[in-house]
Design a binder for this molecule. Structure first.
Ligand SMILES: [Zn+2]
Ligand SMILES: [Zn+2]
Length: 512
């Protein structure tokens, strides 16, 4: 019921007038401020209407989205610009956003830039891996899974943009090269089921790099899903052991690994993923319990469809992060926060108290100097108090990149904006060295100041210390950085250095 007595205000938390959006899915977060609410005002929804600037296009195109208002006045609206024919219109399409709630309206204009116009040739390509003896009947399944991968990678792309924006780097994110393509492996399903996830990663990385289609593509990183992942739920039922480790033991041809140029996953969890945009919210919110005798569970013990969707989509964000050189952190996406991506999209979130994860194991990398491809699978019981979790989740949804991770992403070639292109030319001839006697990192070459130094564990790539070398009065340009004592000490004890320059060059150093 609309009332003239109400005085409300609509505030957007993550969008400004005139902002340029280069990703297809946009999450708009905001608040309704109640300055005076009439008793009879029962408005519980905000409506968003998106349309073209009429002077640009005469076609009548309109997108309508609704969001509930949370107890604290928060709303989240998810828009999909790819559903509509914005792609071929022009480089930048002005869009008018019209928010209405109770008796007020708020208008905001943004510019949507289609991927077709992205100048960044460093891109991400999705692949769906099939085996030589793939069943012909599976074609429909392949098609459906590819659609799920396309949709959800667009969602991941917007999550990265959102994270970098909130950290002050603007809406930087990776560019998706093309729709998901089927990649035909030389392996049979039986061979895939026998291999460990490390050897699957090695094998598929090699096959992709040696393939005629993708082999020469130096500027592509790949996100690949193994089509024939198989779960033996009956065997799990017989043992009566429904722990994660037992479920994992009966899941063949599965992986969740990222590093170098490839992030690799099994397709077994796509059952919990939405295929169309309109299903996204329902999938995150699904409390439907999983029948563990039929389907595998990876939800950090939530055991719901929504939990599986959150954990496995969070894993995609996490593993893609490794391909962009990120190490592990205690909290956030690259650590214990991996399970909480659902909270980014939902309102009125209750505090979830999930078991902490133990980060473990390195693996050899494809295109980098030393072994740093990490993962974590084991779960240990929680130590954080409920209250700590509550505050953490309230402030940042628990799903965020720590500041050191954001810096690495912001300087990564895959995240460059078109105005950063001059920097790219200067990245060729930089030399980074480490003087172990003086514990000093030295960089040579023009425009190659140090930006970030991390000390990471060789065992699991967990970042123990990180430093942003600061310029000072005597020296405005940073070509040298002396490691603090604590860092130099652990460097000899199972830790390595990760170095990032302002021009985006990275290098790893190991003392032994
Ligand atoms: Zn009202
Ligand atoms: Zn990891």
């Amino acid at each position: 019921m609309i009332s003239d007595d109400c005085v409300h205000k609509i505030e957007l938390d993550n969008l400004e007038n005139g902002e340029i959006i280069k990703h297809t899915i946009l999450l708009i977060k905001g608040h309704i401020r109640q300055q005076r609410q009439a008793k009879k005002c029962r408005e519980q929804h905000i409506l968003l209407r998106v349309r073209h600037d009429a002077s640009v296009l005469d076609a009548t195109w309109e997108l309508q989205i609704q969001s509930k208002i949370s107890r604290t006045g928060q709303f989240k609206l998810l828009c999909d610009f790819a559903q509509h024919e914005l792609e071929t219109v022009c480089t930048r399409t002005p869009l008018i956003l019209n928010f209405s709630y109770c008796n007020i309206v708020y208008q905001c204009e943004i510019l949507y830039e289609s991927t077709a116009y992205s100048k960044n040739n460093y891109r991400l390509q999705a692949l769906y891996i099939t085996c030589v003896n793939q069943k012909p009947l599976a074609a429909e399944q392949v098609h459906e899974n590819c659609e799920k991968i396309n949709l959800n990678l667009r969602l991941v792309q917007s999550v990265y943009a959102e994270q970098l924006r909130s950290a002050g780097y603007g809406r930087r994110t990776f560019t998706l090269n093309n729709d998901c393509k089927v990649f035909e492996s030389h392996l049979t399903c039986e061979e895939v089921w026998e291999q460990s996830e490390e050897s699957l990663w090695q094998n598929f990385a090699k096959e992709i790099l040696n393939s005629s289609t993708w082999g020469g593509e130096e500027k592509l990183k790949f996100v690949a899903f193994i089509g024939c992942t198989k779960y033996d739920g009956a065997a799990v039922a017989v043992t009566g052991d429904f722990s994660y480790s037992n479920i994992r033991k009966h899941l063949k041809g599965h992986a969740a690994l990222g590093g170098g140029g490839l992030a690799l996953f099994g397709a077994a969890y796509l059952y919990a993923w939405p295929r169309s945009f309109n299903e996204i919210n329902a999938c995150f919110g699904s409390n439907k319990l999983i029948d563990l005798t039929q389907l595998p569970d990876d939800s950090n013990y939530r055991r719901t469809y929504g939990g599986v969707y959150a954990t496995t989509l969070g894993a995609v964000v996490h593993e893609i992060g490794h391909t962009f050189d990120l190490g592990h952190t205690k909290d956030g996406v690259m650590g214990n926060g991996v399970d909480y991506i659902n909270r980014v999209f939902t309102i009125d979130n209750l505090t979830e108290h999930l078991p902490e994860r133990v980060i473990q194991r390195p693996l050899p990398e494809l295109r980098t100097e030393i072994a740093t491809r990490p993962r974590f699978t084991q779960l240990k019981r929680a130590t954080n108090t409920f209250l700590e979790k509550y505050h953490e989740q309230k402030i940042n949804d628990s799903f965020y990149f720590t500041p050191n991770c954001v810096i690495i992403l912001a300087y990564n070639k895959w995240f460059r904006n078109s105005n950063d292109y001059n920097a790219e030319e200067n990245t060729v001839d930089a030399t980074i060295t480490y003087d172990a006697v003086n514990s000093c990192v030295i960089v040579e070459g023009h425009e190659n100041q140090l930006r970030l130094i991390e000390v990471r564990s060789i065992d699991n790539s967990l970042v123990k210390y990180w430093y942003e070398p600061q310029s000072n009065k005597e020296c405005s340009e940073i070509y040298k950085f002396y490691l603090p004592k604590e860092a130099a000490k652990v460097l000899g004890e199972n830790h390595y250095l990760f170095v990032l320059t302002r021009s985006g060059i990275t290098k790893r150093f190991c003392e032994n």
